[in-house]
Design a protein around this ligand. Sequence first.
Ligand code: SAM
Length: 460
Amino acid sequence: MSEIKLPEAFVLRMKNYLGEKEFPAFVKSLEKEPRVSIRINPYKEIDLKEDVTSVAWNDEGYFLSERPSFTLDPLFHAGCYYVQESSSMFIGHILKYIQSPKDGIFLDLAASPGGKSTLLSSFLGKDGFLVANEVIKTRANILKENIIKWGLGNTMVTQNDPEHFKNLEGFFDLVLVDAPCSGEGLFKKDPEARNEWSEDNVNLCALRQERIMDQAGALVKGGGYLIYSTCTFNEKENEEMIRFICSEYAYEPVRIPLDPAWKITESATETEDGIFYGYRFYPHHVEGEGLFISVFKRPEDDYIQEPKKTKDFKHSHIKAASKQESQRLISDLGLDEESTFYSLQDSFFWTNARYQTYFEFLSRFLNIRYFGVELGKFNKDQFIPNHEFAVSILPKMGMTTHELSLSDALSFLRKEDIEIGDIPEGWVLVTYRNNPLGWIKNLGNRINNNYPKEWRIRMR
Ligand code: SAM
């Protein structure tokens, strides 16, 4: 039982929403251990144990029967799955229902640590493009790490205030805003959140959300979708925000079909543009955390901004690769002809050629922290591969691979010296259950472990 009491004003409001009869079940559910769930990466290899159960609204989501040590699972570091509470996976159901184009361009405006971004990235797969943005620098680093491990190469990580997107009106097929909020839905997982809660903070969060949505509402193109979510229950940060968005922009409501067995609570908000729907995930009804989510559609005939093509790509740090460099990367690494390459401080990055114009246009306005897949650099006639390339899903033609045992995989991830007999000299891609973990270099008399120092695991 958590020692931290629920704030009185919060209790009054929840009693009001749920009624005196239902409220005790809500409070009781806050004391239960949250159920652990993961969402698998459909582009990597993972065999799940038999005792997992599916998350009803997402084909890639599974509940585990107990919490394992994720840190000591090499597949976690290989980006084979993301540990995500099940309510957030509902976005998968929304994407399926609205039939958003898979070759679309999406924006996740408040993305760190990347739970929802990795879901969007999986949905877009090899055809679409995602901008995953996080305004806070340290949090943008975490987002970058998770996007690199997910490895699909369809994402650009940016670190910008929502205001910096103002030139991108009508640009995105889908904009997700998982807004910073008062966190009432986290009272179960993180009892400390109860201490941080106050009526003043709810008001402050609502003001911040208005500022964010004022920008975000403009970024969706005609026919595109806006998804707004919070992990809080109060109406001020949820239904009031629906009213705010509708007062600022012309949107059409989207009603998502629900299976009654899911026990998701639908709310209806009347606005001048019709009735808009919100979906609440209460912890006494569902197994995940508290969540609120609402979907809006921009009218088909609304403004669409196409990226302007430029003849020569100009950027303060990033350079377009030359024809020769591109040809060499394609032939040496066995990459698709449909690739565009850029360099940053001698290191080459891969992107899908289909998104060249989009990427180059976006790079004029946004502070880019990562994009595509960082491949590595040439040193005379040798190619020095980067870790980011190893964990990406790009092919690694002609590279020697070596499968590690669990204990060797953990030594590698701890960046310890590892001893492996019988491998050729040079770069070797080490794998665990067929999933790349990174590079080692066999120098003949010793083996260099090239796992990134800042990501090494310290747990024994
Ligand atoms: N979508 C993420 C996920 O599923 O992993 C969680 C996002 S979290 C609820 C909200 C994020 O908004 C935080 O990372 C926070 O740093 C960021 N944020 C804070 N202030 C912001 C602001 N003024 N504008 C945009 N984002 C902000």
